[in-house]
Write a protein that binds this ligand. Structure first.
Ligand code: SF4
Ligand code: SF4
Ligand code: SF4
Length: 337
């Protein structure tokens, strides 16, 4: 496979692959929009090609993602209820234009790493977003079953079910999901006592995939530094590029394996050493074990998950029925008034 062939997977061939899949696997069926294809997809981020879009105010991939997801978060209810017992409100609604870290309004950002610990100075730009792990602890731990790994590899949070407790962020080794308080179902149930908003993160553009479109970041990258394809094809390309550049791969084993592979001419140990680590700016450590293993207290929380989910569903259902009855009674009152 030469380089020209590989790159086509990013654009034309992907559409061909998915068009075929739509017949074979039901791609784009409206009733099944979360299953873009039964075939597992992966993405590749080639750090030898990404130049950080330094000539633009906002990197193209970040801009495209922002545009696609601009209406994802509904208007905030203010004042935002203060959660009990911890009083942490996370409100990014006045900072929507922040693009140099992950926020509930920004699902991808580009981290600049000035490498050179080995004597060879090099600037590496690292687009960061959810890795779409193979066995995501963020989905396993969700007490409300709001977070799922889809057949096509995408890990997706259902915003209608999320209470914003942020357990998914606690167990994510890169702390990817970001919370916006003052939105979501918790406001209708016991605001202040249960929940604190909604968690947001990259969903691999699952709706675009279902419509045979490329994820926004992949489509918009002027240097074709991002590719998407079947898992096998992406693994092959990553291996071949790493071999050609005498480089390194990240994402294959971290957190038990992910659907996102990075390939880089500089080692990830060196990249990780060079990265500033702040909230919303995840590191790239090599040894990433899946959290919640064994006796981890978080693992115990998982046992409570189905019970909490059932309780929450029950409470939400009761609330909806109550609201409908109230609305009906109000209408009848008006009719007779
Ligand atoms: S991945 Fe592409 S669009 Fe994003 S910063 Fe790098 S070169 Fe720009
Ligand atoms: S990177 Fe974090 S949020 Fe994304 S799937 Fe993995 S554990 Fe979940
Ligand atoms: S796949 Fe979609 S949601 Fe995820 S970072 Fe790219 S554009 Fe944003």
């Amino acid at each position: 496979m030469d380089k020209k062939d590989e790159i086509q997977i990013g654009r034309r061939s992907f559409l061909k692959v998915t068009a075929g899949a739509s017949v074979a696997f039901g791609l784009g069926r409206p009733e099944n929009s979360f299953a873009a294809t039964d075939r597992q997809l992966s993405t590749l981020i080639d750090l030898s090609l990404c130049d950080g879009c330094v000539d633009r105010k906002v990197p193209a991939c970040v801009g495209a993602c922002k545009e696609i997801n601009k209406d994802k978060i509904p208007p905030i209810t203010e004042p935002i209820p203060e959660p009990w017992p911890r009083k942490t409100i996370e409100d990014w609604s006045k900072k929507r234009e922040v693009f140099n870290r992950l926020t509930p309004y920004n699902f991808i950002y580009v981290h600049k790493a000035e490498t050179g610990g080995d004597g060879q100075k090099k600037t590496i730009f690292v687009p960061r977003r959810c890795m779409h792990c193979d066995n995501p602890a963020c989905a396993t731990i969700c007490p409300f079953s709001a977070n799922h790994k889809n057949q096509n590899g995408a890990v997706v949070i259902d915003q209608n079910l999320c209470f914003g407790g942020a357990k998914c962020r606690d167990v994510c080794p890169w702390e990817i999901p970001q919370r916006q308080s003052g939105v979501g179902i918790y406001l209708k149930i016991l605001p202040g006592f249960m929940g604190n908003g909604v968690m947001y993160k990259c969903d691999l553009c699952i709706e675009r995939l279902a419509a045979n479109k490329l994820p926004g970041c992949v489509e918009s990258c002027p240097r074709e530094a991002l590719l998407i394809g079947t898992r096998k094809a992406i693994e092959k390309i990553a291996e071949s590029r790493a071999g050609r550049m005498n480089g390194f791969i990240y994402g294959k084993t971290q957190n038990g394996g992910t659907s996102t592979l990075y390939v880089s001419p500089v080692s990830f140990e060196e990249i990780n050493r060079s990265m500033t680590k702040k909230p919303g700016q995840p590191d790239m450590k090599m040894d990433v074990q899946r959290r919640m293993a064994g006796t981890d207290p978080l693992a115990k929380a998982v046992l409570a998950a189905p019970v909490l989910g059932i309780i929450a569903a029950g409470v939400a259902g009761a609330w909806n029925r109550f609201s409908q009855r109230k609305e009906k009674a109000g209408k009848e009152g008006q009719d007779h008034g």
